[in-house]
Write a protein that binds this ligand. Sequence first.
Ligand SMILES: [Zn+2]
Length: 275
Amino acid sequence: MNGKLNIFEETMAHMTYVQIEEAARKGTIVLFPTGVIEEHGPHLPLAVDVYGSYLQSRAIKKELELKEIKALIAPPFYWGVNIATGSFGGSFTSREETVVSVLFDAMACLKRWGFDQVFFINHHMDGDHVKALDKAIQKARMEIGIAALWVIDQFFVKRLGLKEDEPCLLIHKSLIASGPPPLNLNIHAEAYETSFMWHYLPDLVNYEVLKTLKPTNLTLKDLEVWSRGGSEARRVTPQGYFGDPAAADPERGRIEIETLGKVAAEAISAFLQSH
Ligand SMILES: [Zn+2]
């Protein structure tokens, strides 16, 4: 793949209405990628999170097919909430109620067409963004009775202070090393995001700039300040990245997306069997 990767490829947006209606009749599940358009340092484009959730969804779909579970991918959503990076050019941010409304409406459409099961694949952990996502899912479950779930790594359940027994969460085993957090955190536009962009969209990485980027050596305390956004966030990460992007490796990018695909598909399959 190159910089021309098309985020509609293999999604509902490239299908006909005839195919959509047939898929609904067959009890096909829907994977819903959610990300944002936001700055990702001087070496990566704004769309990293959208590509991240899209690539993860494709990897999950591929694994589900091996288990003979039919899945569709909804058109990737990208008008999310950006607080931490909101002071940088290009970080589009929406109000919480906008995000809740758009996602709720999309789920109402899916339900009306006959889809009952939606799994959100989210690649953006801004506190206010995940709050909006959570609200949209809860509201849709309550008001239209759609079985919507958010597929999430165990690590982020803890980090975001979510409840493990919350019925709208589908928690999969963590791909992030357990134990105390490292002193130098990798949070944003760092080695992981740079690695998968390098593998899947190599034309969109600025390698000249990448090799000049020094590790930020920031801690949990810095993360708290950064999360509040505004000029303080800009002071913590003057170049817009949080971590060590120069440690990126395209092979790592491929492995991490594929591993996520396996682990998340495993969780979805186990969930479907038990329900
Ligand atoms: Zn990102």
